[in-house]
Design a protein around this ligand. Structure first.
Ligand SMILES: C[S@@+](CC[C@H](N)C(=O)[O-])C[C@H]1O[C@@H](n2cnc3c(N)ncnc32)[C@H](O)[C@@H]1O
Length: 278
């Protein structure tokens, strides 16, 4: 194996594939073992576009984090982070600000266990929590140690809101983070979109649901609803590879499957209401 950092706790079973390690493999990372690679190769037979979709999402996250760091944001809350490999937020912010803070939150215990070994403890922390529980995240010892919540925080929601069913009211969850954080805080999100004539997205979502986990495709206006009360930055809510593209050539075949992306900030007139983050 495999240059996986260790020692790993007992809940990490390397004989079984793990979705986050499969992603890592498909992204070209090194935190994966043969069981992950085999499962990832099987999945790619049903979804050949998957690596392009993953790359497009990670690349957007890196562009968004870089922009927000340049704008002076020094605290990043990565919700549904997956593994902190392949352009993780702390490496991207670390390019310009060695003191910037990143809290990685994921509800998968395997992800949290790996991430604890992957991130520098001085400027980063790892929390196993459900992002739907705003208070459990923002009032966690990790958030309290790492963040000054009187200063802006950038919330990253990359390819994770689509794992939440409509009954979870994801728009309300995003609003709770907005309300709990001070003005000047930001959100960067991507979300799978399922609208005609992009039937390939619907087929891909079916394959993903069959092999991995349900994906809740939403319409453009439903995704735009997550940004209510935030000021959306240029160029708005656009296909993920088209959001302020860098010099790298976009994966055009993955454009629609990569969903829509936006970055937005909380305008000054909205004060933080941390009394009831919910
Ligand atoms: C598709 S992956 C995206 C990972 C990463 N954001 C990226 O773009 O590569 C979704 C991640 O969100 C996590 N996740 C799903 N639902 C969650 C929840 N309710 N709370 C916290 N994490 C969640 C999963 O465990 C998984 O690691």
């Amino acid at each position: 194996m495999d240059e996986m950092p260790g020692p790993l706790p007992s809940e990490v079973d390397l004989s079984q594939p793990n979705i986050a390690r499969m992603w890592d493999y498909l992204l070209g990372g090194r935190v994966n073992v043969e069981a992950d690679r085999e499962a990832a190769r099987r999945l790619m037979k049903s979804m050949p576009e998957l690596p392009g979709v993953l790359r497009a999402n990670r690349a957007f996250a890196a562009r968004a984090v870089r922009l927000l760091a340049k704008a002076g944001i020094r605290q990043f809350l990565d919700l549904g982070s997956g593994l902190a490999t392949v352009h993780p937020a702390h490496e991207v912010v670390g390019e310009g600000d060695a003191e910037a803070r990143v809290l990685y939150v994921d509800n998968d215990p395997v992800v949290a266990a790996h991430n604890k070994l992957l991130v520098p403890t001085r400027t980063c922390a790892v929390l196993r929590a459900d992002l739907r529980d705003t208070a459990a995240v923002l009032e966690s010892p990790q958030a309290q140690r790492l963040f000054d919540l009187n200063q802006p925080v950038a919330v990253l929601l990359i390819a994770v809101l689509d794992s939440l069913p409509h009954a979870d009211r994801p728009a309300d969850i995003v609003a709770r983070y907005r309300d709990a954080l001070v003005a000047g805080s930001c959100v960067a999100l991507t979300h799978a979109v399922g609208t005609q004539p992009h039937t390939s997205t619907i087929q891909a979502a079916r394959a993903y649901a069959k092999h991995v986990a349900p994906v809740h495709l939403r319409t453009r206006s439903e995704i735009a609803g997550f940004l209510n009360g935030w000021d959306v930055l240029y160029p708005g809510l656009v296909p993920t590879p088209d959001w302020r593209p860098g010099p790298a050539v976009a994966d055009h075949e993955a454009t629609w499957l990569s969903g829509l992306a936006a970055v937005a900030w909380k305008p000054p007139q909205l004060a933080a209401n941390r009394s009831a983050p919910g």
